[in-house]
Design a protein around this ligand. Structure first.
Ligand code: PLP
Length: 281
């Protein structure tokens, strides 16, 4: 068990230094758009060896999300400064770092921005090692296809997760109700391995994953053949192994997809090493 306290730094939206905040005291107002509307964007980053992993890709997606949501462009220097301060104070070990940027208070119109560094949940670490049973379900809501934003509105996703848990699964893989194609996990990108081929679903509405992007870049350089393409559940069932990848989870093997069980692949360690190397490169 990791009992370290979360470390919070408030990012001043109009300049000024990042400000430490006591994690035992409240900091979001009753009229913040994130409370009343789930209106804001965020990023979750992995912290390893005192550094945020994949920082550039996260900041790019954060900026895209802000643009899609008509929020002012975030400043790289400000978010990086707050992240470095929070990581330095948190100390050694793997951790989860979250950036939150909300539309802010209705009464002031000023956005609310903060960075948190905290321990990775035990369950996430357990699933990294042991894998998950994934429930397959249609995503009943549409995400704008052109540039999906990583918004704070995950309530419908979390409701779907609770239903899956009640059915004895650990996670969810969404399909598109219009085409039946595979989309993504509740909070992850789907990647399949077959021989030296890696595949990830390409369909409108999928959030571009920073972990998958790093993995495909590194794996391609190492001689694996990587492609994003439309995929069905049958395609996944025909793979040697299927993984849910995301920043803090890193990689979780899908042991079961609906009723279909996967044996652990012979190259499980090779795949884990490949993903780790992609994040460290
Ligand atoms: N897809 C969704 C819906 C997510 O919420 C996430 C991460 O939270 C991902 C994919 C994976 O993205 P990343 O690898 O950048 O963490």
């Amino acid at each position: 068990m990791n009992n370290k306290q979360p470390v919070i730094y408030i990012v001043e939206p109009y300049g000024g230094s990042a400000r430490w905040h006591n994690p035992n005291l409240p900091m979001v107002f009753f009229d913040d758009a994130v409370v009343t509307r789930g209106d804001g964007v965020f990023e979750s980053l992995l912290v390893r060896d005192g550094h945020p992993v994949n920082l550039q890709r996260h900041f790019e997606r954060f900026s895209n999300s802000a643009e899609v949501m008509d929020l002012a462009a975030p400043s790289f220097e400000k978010w990086e400064e707050a992240t470095s301060l929070a990581i330095a104070e948190y100390g050694d070990g793997e951790a989860k770092c979250t950036w939150t940027y909300t539309r802010g208070r209705k009464s002031t119109g000023h956005p609310s921005c903060w960075v948190v560094v905290q321990p990775i949940a035990e369950e996430v670490l357990h699933q990294r090692e042991k894998g998950v049973k994934a429930h397959v379900t249609e995503r009943g809501w549409l995400v704008p296809a052109d540039l999906p934003a990583k918004t704070l509105n995950y309530a419908a996703t979390m409701a779907t997760m609770r239903q899956a848990l009640k059915k004895g699964f650990d996670d969810v893989i969404f399909t598109d109700p219009r085409t039946g194609n595979v989309l993504e996990g509740a909070t992850s990108t789907v990647v399949s391995f077959k021989g030296k081929k890696l595949r990830t679903p390409a369909s409108p509405g999928i959030l571009p994953g920073t972990t998958q992007a790093a993995l495909f870049e590194h794996a391609t350089a190492e001689g694996w053949r990587c492609k994003s393409k439309e995929m069905t559940i049958k395609d996944l069932e025909g793979a040697d192994s299927v993984w849910l990848v995301s920043s803090v989870r890193v990689a979780t093997r899908v042991k079961q997809l609906g009723g279909h069980k996967f044996k652990a692949p012979d190259n499980e360690q090779e795949i884990r090493d490949l993903i780790d190397a992609a994040l460290n490169s």
